[in-house]
Design a protein around this ligand. Structure first.
Ligand code: FEO
Length: 413
């Protein structure tokens, strides 16, 4: 598929995988993006996940016919992008694998490559394909230590690896310039990579939710590495971003860069993520009551049941919103396990600068709210209220959510 005369898309969509990395749900699928640069010499940029070999080889062959591929540039050696390296080497013997030095042990260990197979490149090294010259920019820990980006000045295109990626298959267009939402005119109930949306949605709007969820789940720990990468690419005149997941960004590249910049600074918008676990429905009832109070104040709110939902969506919304309200019953004298798992996931991402309130029920001895407050204090969160710990069944008298909602409204003014 032609992106420009010289850049071709040969990636695939995966609508079968249930859990990305064995952890993160994929309700709208995912794309594994791979690109060819067709010049006097031919370079392939990253491969794809295993399981799509026939489709992948057919796409490559359609673009280059019987020509050979000279270079396989490995921006990222994680298996969702590098699993087909050995296959490509078998089909295109003589191909040189181009990667950062830190990729070498990973390429050897996962895919059986030897050092003779690999041309290591330093930060700033260049490679000419004829007309197109590629520059390799080391961007460690975006998302693994070996990660780099590849820049083509003549095409004004950044092959960015996982950065600027999104969950969601590319069912209705590869690039944001050719994107079609797929809805008949006036149809407003199309289920997309962004949930239900208006039929006139653009690609950025359609993928925003899945981009934030992807960032928070996969990249969230590496905000400082992203910021370092931003400095590394700040001098480039980027007209096109070719990431390894999600759409190619052209028209809306600036918005995507801005969103990733804000996320990697841990900046958030006004709003509340209420995430709770519940054993017998009382903490859940309190959570719903707070959500209703906040909604009536026109404060954006997301409500997540950690007992039944993967932590993925709670992570998305705590990266999106500046206020976290956690609900947990006291369980075995501690925090309810699904809520504890969420706190662990937050710690792993070094999330900071959020407002915080806790609440929850207990049967005979309260502990969860005290422990959640201690967590908030040691993680630099801003406690808006001491929280509410209520005995046994929920009632508005025992757990006054109007007071908590008022504390939040005051803080968000
Ligand atoms: Fe899409 Fe870090 O791999």
């Amino acid at each position: 598929m032609k992106i420009t005369e010289r850049i071709r898309y040969v990636g695939v969509n995966d609508s079968q995988k249930q859990l990305f990395e064995g952890v993160w749900p994929l309700p709208f699928g995912i794309s594994y993006n791979s690109y060819l640069i067709v010049d006097q010499k031919i370079a392939l940029i990253d491969t794809i996940e295993i399981g799509f070999e026939e489709e992948y080889l057919r796409k490559i062959s359609k673009e280059i016919g019987n020509r050979s591929i000279d270079y396989l540039i490995v921006n990222h050696a994680e298996p969702d992008h590098a699993s087909l390296i050995s296959l490509i080497m078998n089909i295109y013997p003589g191909i040189l694998i181009v990667a950062a030095p830190k990729a070498v042990p990973i390429l050897k260990g996962f895919y059986g490559l030897t050092e003779d197979d690999i041309l290591t490149v330093r930060d700033g090294d260049r490679l000419s394909l004829g007309t197109v010259e590629l520059t390799f920019l080391h961007t460690p820990m975006v998302h693994w230590p070996e990660t780099m980006m590849t820049w083509s000045g003549s095409e004004q295109t950044l092959f960015s690896g996982d950065a600027f990626g999104a969950f969601g298959a590319l069912n209705t267009g590869i690039s944001d310039t050719t994107f079609k939402c797929g809805c008949p005119p006036g149809e407003h109930s199309h289920y997309s990579a962004n949930g239900f949306h208006n039929g006139n949605a653009d690609a950025f709007s359609m993928y925003t939710n899945e981009m934030i969820r992807y960032y928070s789940n996969i990249m969230g720990k590496y905000g400082s590495a992203l910021q370092a990468a931003f400095k590394r690419i700040s001098h480039l005149n980027i007209n096109r971003i070719c990431s390894t997941h999600g759409p190619i960004w052209e028209k809306q590249a600036v918005r995507v860069i801005d969103l990733y910049d804000r996320l990697s600074r841990y900046e958030a918008e006004n709003g509340v993520c209420i995430s709770y676990g519940s054993m017998y429905g009382h903490t859940a009832e309190a959570a719903r009551s707070l959500a209703q109070e906040l909604s009536s104040m026109n404060i954006p709110v997301a409500l997540h049941d950690l007992s039944t939902e993967n932590v993925s969506t709670s992570l998305r919304d705590i990266f999106r919103y500046n206020t976290l309200v956690l609900g947990s019953p006291t369980y075995n004298g501690g925090i309810f396990p699904p809520v504890e798992a969420f706190l662990h996931a937050i710690s792993a991402r070094m999330l900071k600068g959020r407002n915080f309130i806790a609440f929850g029920s207990y049967a005979w001895a309260p502990a969860s709210v005290r422990l959640m407050n201690e967590y908030a204090a040691t993680h630099g969160f801003n406690l808006l209220h001491p929280g509410i710990s209520f005995p046994q069944a929920y009632s508005p008298e025992k757990c006054d959510m109007k007071t908590l909602a008022e504390a939040i409204r005051t803080a968000l003014k």
